[in-house]
Design a protein around this ligand. Structure first.
Ligand code: AN7
Length: 359
């Protein structure tokens, strides 16, 4: 009823059925007791992209596509590479050279996609893949493809089901190219229309200060569609000209939503709290929790509100984001951990143990 039907067998890993969890240290840090985390990093390729890719690649097979392509900051490419391999279709993945986390690049290569390191940023990659796919007849699987959005709706529908169809007050998510913001709004609109829920949760879309064109537009009542030169540590959302802008504006309007931006330092602080709780996520994902904390402090989100933060990617996706702490070139956020090099002696281990606290 809420998804397009597959004519033949769907191309599926399978994906979804991710955990909705509560973790006290994260809730305390954010300032909301009833905070839950929907961990989309638990999908087969480690991000929420698999939910859209199963539908998108199934559609590619249905129409007889001979090759598939996408531009990506890393996760879309990793997911496309896996699902194309599953379907036996050649895949082209265009990523910005030098700006993709190593885990994601490794996946795209390992799953066998032709991976092109484009000398430019994500926005250049997207423009290029749109032109190339039109000229060369390759099936485009960025989230401008509506089938991707249909699949990503299941994040929200599954979350609502896990909550017994008792909708939360807020759903927070990181926002880059805005496909997910578009999908969440559509899912909520349909859930309300179908009577699955009786009231509309509010969306909180969170960007990084270094890549916040959507937050800028929001502050101006969406009168201007901004483009910026993006620069954030959260490479997944390092996007300056989001493609799904229009549909995302509709999502924010229809849910009485809020768009905000947080600093890279706040993102890494949130990540350190999520990581230290034994959950873990990639930097972009932590933006959702950082955004909630910001809006609890501002009074927009009540401390007794029921909030779900979507963690979009797995902790192993982007290990190098912690490099500068591990190498000691920068002080880590309060809860981030740093390796300690020692001589192979028991006394060296004992010296470290004396610094451990019982908590
Ligand atoms: C972990 O892979 O755009 O706002 O090319 O990987 O729907 O773009 C990734 C986006 C959030 C933002 N969190 O979602 C790509 C890509 C993670 C992500 C986002 C992405 P959208």
């Amino acid at each position: 009823m809420v998804l397009p039907s597959a004519a033949s067998a769907p191309v599926t890993w399978p994906e979804g059925n991710t955990a909705l969890i509560a973790r006290r240290p994260v809730a305390e840090w954010a300032g909301v007791e009833a905070l839950k985390l929907k961990h989309e990093g638990l999908n087969p390729t480690g991000s929420f992209k698999d939910r859209g890719m199963t539908v998108g690649v199934t559609q590619a097979v249905r129409i007889g596509a001979t090759a598939v392509a996408c531009a990506s900051t890393g996760n879309t490419g990793a997911s496309l590479a896996a699902y194309a391999a599953l379907a036996g279709l050649p895949a082209l993945v265009l990523v910005p050279a030098g700006k993709v986390a190593i885990g994601k690049l490794t996946q795209s290569l390992a799953y066998g996609a032709r991976t092109l390191l484009v000398r430019g940023d994500f926005d250049d990659c997207l423009r290029l893949v749109r032109e190339a796919s039109e000229e060369l007849g390759v099936y485009l699987l960025n989230s401008v493809n509506p089938f991707r959005i249909e699949g990503q709706k299941t994040i929200v529908l599954e979350m609502l089901e896990q909550l017994g169809w008792d909708a939360p007050d807020w759903i927070a998510l990181p926002a880059g190219n805005l496909g997910n913001t578009a999908a969440f709004g559509k899912a909520l609109r349909e859930a309300l229309a179908l009577g699955l829920i009786t009231r509309m949760p509010r969306l909180l879309a969170v960007q990084s200060d270094g890549a916040a064109p959507f937050a800028m537009s929001y502050r101006e009542g969406f009168r201007v569609r901004h483009r910026v030169h993006a620069n954030t540590i959260a490479t997944a959302i390092n996007i300056g000209a989001p493609a799904s802008y229009q549909r995302a504006v509709q999502s924010i309007r229809e849910t009485n939503g809020v768009v905000t931006a947080v600093s890279d330092a706040e993102i890494m602080e949130a990540k350190s709290v999520i990581d230290a709780a034994g959950v873990g996520c990639e930097p972009a994902s932590a933006a959702s929790v950082a955004g909630v904390r910001q809006h609890v402090r501002a009074g927009t989100i009540a401390r007794d509100a029921r909030v779900v933060c979507v963690l979009t990617g797995h902790v192993l996706k982007d290990p190098e984001s912690l490099d500068r702490y591990h190498r000691g070139t920068e002080p880590p956020p309060a809860r981030a951990n740093r390796p300690i090099e020692i001589e192979p002696t028991v006394s060296a281990v004992a010296a470290v143990m004396r610094t451990l606290r019982a908590d």
